[in-house]
Each structure stands twice: as C-alpha cells, then as structure tokens.
Design a protein around this ligand. Structure first.
Ligand code: UDP
Ligand code: MG
Length: 318
C-alpha cells in the first residue's frame, strides 16, 4: 500500500499544473515520503489540463492522472480521486496552490502528535479573494454551523489530511449531493484544526462562479440540516397567528360598520401570503429535487481513462 496519496481535483487548471506538480513533489519528499502518489483528476476541463496531466504521468511514475467523462463538479471530481487513491494517509488539496503544499510536514506532525484521524486546514486569512467572496463565505460558514446538528468547523475548506480509516468511512457514504467537508465532520474520530493563511491563486481565475457557489451552499444546507423546513413551518405558524388577528379586526370593522374600504390592506395580505407560499414551496422543492436525485442512484461520476500509476489495477468507479 502506498504511504501517502495527494488528491487534486482540476478544472481548467493547465497553467497551475506544472508548478503544482513541482511543489507537491517537493512537499512529499520533504515530509520524508518516497512512497507517495499524486492523484490528479481532470474534471472535464475545456483547456489542455488533461494533456498536461498525462504528460506529467508519463514523466513521473508518482503521478496518476484520471480523466472524467465530463465536468462533474468539484466535490464529485474529488470523490473520484479519493475512490481511486491507495494511500495510508491522504492529503486533499486544490489545484490552484491557494493552500500551501509546504504545510504537509507540519500537518503530518500534527496528525501524529495528536493521534488524529483528520487534520483540517482552517483559513486564518484569505489573500487575493474579493470582498464579496470573503463576506459570503464568512456568512455561509456561520449560518451553516447554526443550522446543522453536527459541528461543521467554520472557515474550513477541503484542504485536509485524513487517515485511511477516516477515508473509508467517508467513501461508505453514497449521497449524490456531496458536501465533503461536512461529511468528514459527520464521521467523527479525532479531528484537529490546523490554522493557516490562504494564498492567492497561482494562475487563472476561480472556478466557482456565483451559480456554483449557491448550489454548493444549498447542498450543504439541505444535506446537513432540515432547519430551512422548520423555518418554513415557523413562518407558516406566525402567519396563521397574524391572520387570526386580522380576522378579529375584520369582524370588529364589520360590526362597527366600517367594512367597505380596505382594498389596500386586502391586496397587501394577498400579495404577502402569495409570496410566502411561493417561498415555502421553493424551499420544499429544493429538498424534493435532491430526493429525486438520490432516488435515481446513478453513479457519482464516470471515469473515461486513467494514465500512470502502473501498479494501480483496475478503475473502480462507485
Ligand atoms: N474544480 C473542479 N471542478 C469544478 C470546479 C472547480 O474540479 O467544476 C476544482 C478547481 O480546479 C480547484 C478546486 O476545485 O482545484 C477549487 O476551485 P477554485 O480554486 O476555483 O475555488 P475557490 O478557491 O475560488 O473557492
Ligand atoms: Mg481556489
């Protein structure tokens, strides 16, 4: 069995790959590991990421390059790499070098010293990211930790070190809408934080436009909490109570002979109720859509080809 696996999901990262390969190899060596593998997963990139990756695999026997059949999304690409890797200890890292590979020896030491199964990076600062991204991320992690029953650490990405048994527990979870940092928190074992400063992207731009960020946030919320549904029922309850008050007023107005005017208030109530109902329906729709998705039980991803890692026998997509 390999000692250390480093798993990297890549989407349009051609400009980052050579530098990534250089710094990851150096980090693995400086951590005292010569028995390591770099599992690079190409998530249906539209640039030459796959060609660059395959070139690295041809040149360096430590590199395993995995080509997915299309863009499956960050969390599924990561799952593909985790499924395929064979290491005793596993490092998850982004391709853009925002998370410094040089921290690997210190993270390994933390894992060893504190007898932990998971060492997760906590972002002390985030360089080179827009104020909007920082603010939404800040709000999101705090909202999430209030809404969920399990303790999902705040300001924590997927940059983390895991033991084989923690990874096996993670891989036993079959869900389609994957929020991996939450799922790792769910499995338990001893998990310790590792504060670090997040760098700028080495090259290229973020692969998380607003649309993907929203979807990611909803996957996290719906996957780990039914608080939004409760919110909906609380809103319903409050409104029902409100309508009782209005009803009382209507009765009073009728008895006092003042029941003709009131078009404005009538419209107000109709519009407000309509809006709230739509909102609640949409919220339920988010859950139902995900239920439907899970019910189909499709494979999480499709592997097109694997290059390198000669020892690795057979691809085992879920
Ligand atoms: N990524 C991916 N598939 C996608 C989007 C992103 O594999 O559909 C990868 C991307 O290449 C990077 C990681 O996920 O390695 C995180 O993306 P990014 O750095 O763009 O996100 P940000 O740091 O801006 O939140
Ligand atoms: Mg990034």
């Amino acid at each position: 069995m390999t000692e250390l696996s480093i798993v990297v999901p890549c989407f349009n990262e051609e400009a980052c790959l050579p530098e990534l390969h250089r710094r990851l190899s150096a980090a693995a060596l400086s951590a005292g590991s010569s028995d390591y593998e770099l599992v690079l997963v190409n998530d249906g990139s539209r640039d030459s990421t796959w060609q660059v990756m395959r070139g690295l695999a041809d040149m360096d026997p430590h590199v395993v390059a995995v080509n997915l059949s299309r863009n499956h999304g960050h969390q599924l690409a990561l799952t593909a790499g985790l499924d395929l890797c064979g290491g005793e200890t596993i490092l998850i890292i982004d391709a853009d070098l925002q998370d410094p590979p040089e921290l690997l020896p210190a993270m390994l030491a933390a894992m060893h010293d504190q007898d932990a199964d998971v060492v997760y990076g906590v972002r002390r600062s985030r360089a080179g990211e827009t104020a909007f991204k920082r603010a939404t991320a800040h709000g999101f992690y705090r909202l999430l930790s209030r809404a969920t029953e399990i303790d999902i650490p705040v300001d924590t990405g997927d940059f983390r070190l895991m033991s084989r048994r923690a990874l096996n527990a993670l891989l036993a979870m079959p869900e389609q809408s994957r929020f991996i940092r939450g799922m790792v928190a769910w499995i338990g074992f001893r998990q310790v934080p590792f504060p670090y400063d997040r760098d700028q992207r080495f090259a290229g731009e973020t692969k998380y436009p607003l649309r993907k960020m929203m979807r990611f946030a909803f996957d996290a919320l719906t996957g780990f909490s039914s608080a939004p549904l409760k919110l909906a029922s609380h809103a319903g309850l409050a409104l029902s109570f409100g309508s009782l008050l209005i009803l009382a007023y209507i009765a009073y107005a009728f008895l006092a002979g003042r029941s003709i005017q009131g078009w404005t208030s009538l419209m107000l109530v109709v519009v407000l109720l309509g809006a709230v109902q739509m909102f609640v329906l949409a919220l339920m729709g988010e859950y139902i859509g995900r239920l439907y998705n899970e019910a189909k039980r499709r494979p999480l991803y499709i592997v097109q080809e694997v290059a390198g890692g000669e020892a690795r026998t057979g691809v085992r997509p879920l």
